[in-house]
Structure formats: structure tokens, C-alpha cells
Design a protein around this ligand. Structure first.
Ligand code: MG
Length: 408
């Protein structure tokens, strides 16, 4: 008969004002939920989800566990649509339970969101659940490395959560209980602050599940404690409390007597969900919505800015052999070419030499009026210059004539 020993702890962390995580530990059913939503809504969501899970888990089957999660989702959606205080609330949920499969004990696992279930087996830590988050999706698509995903600014954006949509896709697994295996259920407040090698070392080092949970929380707070932290540890122990490591035959026998159950994957191997996890399906959470809205806003603002600079600005340049006024930026902005607004009578040949290069490159002006004034100034400078030249020329001529006269 499969028996468990367990411990749990939860902490607000060092930054948040309230703890929106909840956990459930009753014999044979263990879960963590990480709630979200304004005011008290996150707390309500995670608490309500676990309450519904417990009352819906009426028989020891993985399918019953899945239905209990689906029912919890419906209850959350109902509450958030009828209570204005709770609009937009949602929660993650990961649970493991002792179930029966083909007449044998099994561990049923369900997951929605980015809280996690890890398994420490023979000293190796493996993540069993798959995160339903934007960064995890990008990582699976090869667009982010694990290291980039771990520090990505959008790593808290979920692609699936309870309480958002009337239907929810629940991932589920059935594991073979193996004596000596240690399961860890935790919220992201743990693994975002403590790297997995450190989590594994702590799980190996400390025996008592409660003490181990408290130590993991201490490490998460030491790492920053920027989120609520919740840990539930479940050890698979035999009824006589024997040390499984001293009796390796136990493990082999259990593996082979598992009936239809899958022998646990070697650590690090991909877990096999009995339902394919959907990618971004029924998963349009409010966090995704806000992210997309912000993204669209930035893009539109960018386009508006380019359009404005490309069309609502002025400059004085050259059109053929004349000085002219153009709409837009000299040389254009991206795909927006400048357009001719009006020609002037001033020939580029008559522009004062000091201003020719500037005009050829385009001289930006704040308005059409100032562009006209700029050209008027050029005309005026040209007139002055030509008067001076004429004057100098006539003066030069009379001097020469005087000289000539003198010589004569
Ligand atoms: Mg969290």
C-alpha cells in the first residue's frame, strides 16, 4: 500500500503585501495554487480553486481529478462574472493525488499554469509538469534558451490559468509510486529565486519535509523574495517506513507491478502528458491581454511617430535648379518620401555660397511659414551680395581707369 509523508510551508515573500498562494495537504491529495487578480481576488481564486478541487475529488481516479479541476475552473469563472470585486481573478493549480489505475496504486498529477511539480528520484531532480507560460512556449519553440527564459521580463505571463475561460485544458499524468521518491509542488516564487541545482541539493540534504519546505522558502527570500513562495513536499514511504535505498528490489518490483502504468521516466526525460498540452489555446488570460494591448500600443505609436515625422515636417531643399519647400524629412523617413510643397523663384545658383551646401542637404523648418521666411532671407542675402559685387566691380573699374590715367 502506498503511503506518503509530507510537509508544507508558504510565505508572502519580501515584496508583496499579501499571500495569494494557497496549498492543500490532506492524506492522498496535495496541491498548490498561485492566485492573481486585484485586491483580494488572487487569494480568493487560489483558495476557492483548492476548496473546489478537494470537494470534487470524490473517487481515486486521475479522470476524477481532472474533472475536479475543470469544475473548479467553472466555479471560479461563475464567481468572477457575478462578483464585481473578483472580476479578472485567476489561479494556477498543480495537484498530485493517490489514485487507482488498473487496480494498482498510482500518483495522478494535474496541472494548469506555471506552478510546478518536481520529482527527486535517485538524487536527480526532474520537472514533471510543463509550464503554461509565454516564455515556456517560446522556449519550446526554440526562441529562448532556458537561461534567457529564467530572467525574461515577461516570464509571469501565463498562457493557461483557471478562472479565465469557461473551458480549460488540463494536463494530466500518471506516475508509478516508487518508495524513496520525493515530490515537490511549488509556486513560481520558489524557482524564480532559487536555481534548480540548489533546490535539488536542499531536497537531498534535508530529510524532514516540513524543515525542507522552510529551508526552500528561506533560500527564496534570500534570493529576493519578490513573489509569494509556497512549497509542498510529498515523500513516498512504505507502510513499514523502510529505507527504500536499502532495498533496491522494491523499486524494480514496483516498476514491474505497475500494470498499465508507465515506469517513471529517467530524470530529465520529457514527461508524457495523457492529454496534449495546448499551446496558447483557451489561454487568453488577462495578463496575455494586457501584454498584447501594450505591444499593439507601442507599435501604433511607433507608426504614428514615423508618419508624423515623415509627413508633418518641412524643409527647404532643391527642386531642379530652384530652391523649394518640401513636406517631410530630407531623404525621407523609412518608406515615406518627402513631397514638394511649393517652388520658389530663387535659383540655387543665386543662393549665397555659405548656404548652398545646407540647402542642397535640406534645411529643416518647423512650419511652412518659417520655410518661406528662410527663403526670403536667402533672396535678401543674395540681393545684398549682388549689390556689393556690382559696387565692388564698378569701384574696381574706376580705380583701374584712374591708374591708367595716372600712368598716361
Ligand atoms: Mg507567483
Amino acid at each position: 500500500m502506498t503511503r506518503f509523508a509530507w510537509g508544507a510551508a508558504s510565505d508572502t515573500g519580501r515584496v508583496r503585501q499579501a499571500n495569494e498562494d494557497s496549498f492543500l495537504v490532506v492524506d492522498g491529495l496535495f496541491a498548490v495554487a498561485d492566485g492573481m487578480g486585484g485586491h483580494q481576488a488572487g487569494e480568493v481564486a487560489s483558495h476557492l480553486a483548492l476548496e473546489s478541487l478537494q470537494s470534487g475529488f470524490t473517487a481515486a481516479g486521475t479522470d476524477v481529478l481532472v474533472r475536479a479541476v475543470e469544475d473548479a475552473n467553472r466555479i471560479l469563472v461563475e464567481r468572477s462574472t457575478t462578483d464585481p470585486e473578483l472580476v479578472g481573478m485567476g489561479t494556477t493549480l498543480v495537484a498530485m493525488a493517490l489514485v487507482e489505475a488498473s487496480g494498482r496504486d498510482a500518483i495522478g498529477v494535474v496541472n494548469v499554469g506555471d506552478s510546478r511539480l518536481y520529482l527527486l528520484s535517485d538524487g536527480n531532480l526532474a520537472q514533471i509538469t510543463e509550464d503554461h507560460s509565454l516564455v515556456a512556449t517560446m522556449e519550446r519553440q526554440g526562441r529562448l534558451t532556458a537561461a534567457e527564459a529564467a530572467v525574461h521580463p515577461q516570464r509571469n505571463i501565463l498562457t493557461r490559468a483557471l478562472g479565465i475561460d469557461g473551458t480549460v485544458l488540463v494536463d494530466s499524468w500518471e506516475m508509478l509510486p516508487v518508495i524513496g521518491d520525493r515530490y515537490l509542488i511549488c509556486s513560481d516564487g520558489l524557482f524564480n529565486e532559487v536555481d534548480e541545482s540548489r533546490i535539488a541539493a536542499t531536497l537531498r540534504r534535508l530529510a524532514d519535509p516540513n524543515e525542507t519546505c522552510r529551508e526552500l522558502i528561506r533560500l527564496a527570500n534570500e534570493g529576493g523574495g519578490r513573489d509569494n513562495i509556497t512549497c509542498v513536499i510529498v515523500d513516498v514511504v512504505d507502510d513499514a517506513g523502510r529505507d527504500p535505498k536499502a532495498d533496491p528490489a522494491n523499486r524494480v518490483r514496483n516498476s514491474h507491478t505497475g500494470g498499465d502504468l508507465t515506469v517513471p521516466e529517467p530524470p530529465g526525460a520529457d514527461p508524457k502528458p495523457t492529454r496534449a498540452p495546448g499551446v496558447l489555446r483557451s489561454s487568453f488570460t488577462w495578463r496575455v491581454g494586457v501584454f498584447i494591448a501594450a505591444f499593439v500600443f507601442v507599435i501604433l505609436t511607433g507608426f504614428a511617430f514615423i508618419w508624423w515625422t515623415g509627413t508633418k515636417t518641412w524643409y527647404v531643399g532643391v527642386d531642379g535648379d530652384k530652391v523649394a519647400i518640401f513636406h517631410g524629412k530630407p531623404g525621407g523617413v523609412l518608406w515615406i518620401e518627402p513631397t514638394l510643397a511649393e517652388d520658389s523663384e530663387l535659383l540655387i545658383a543665386n543662393v549665397p555660397r555659405s548656404a548652398v551646401i545646407d540647402v542642397q542637404n535640406g534645411v529643416e523648418q518647423p512650419s511652412l511659414e518659417s520655410a518661406r521666411t528662410f527663403i526670403d532671407n536667402l533672396v535678401e542675402q543674395n540681393l545684398k551680395a549682388s549689390t556689393t559685387t556690382t559696387l565692388a566691380a564698378s569701384l574696381g573699374a574706376s580705380t583701374s581707369s584712374t591708374t591708367t590715367t595716372t600712368v598716361q
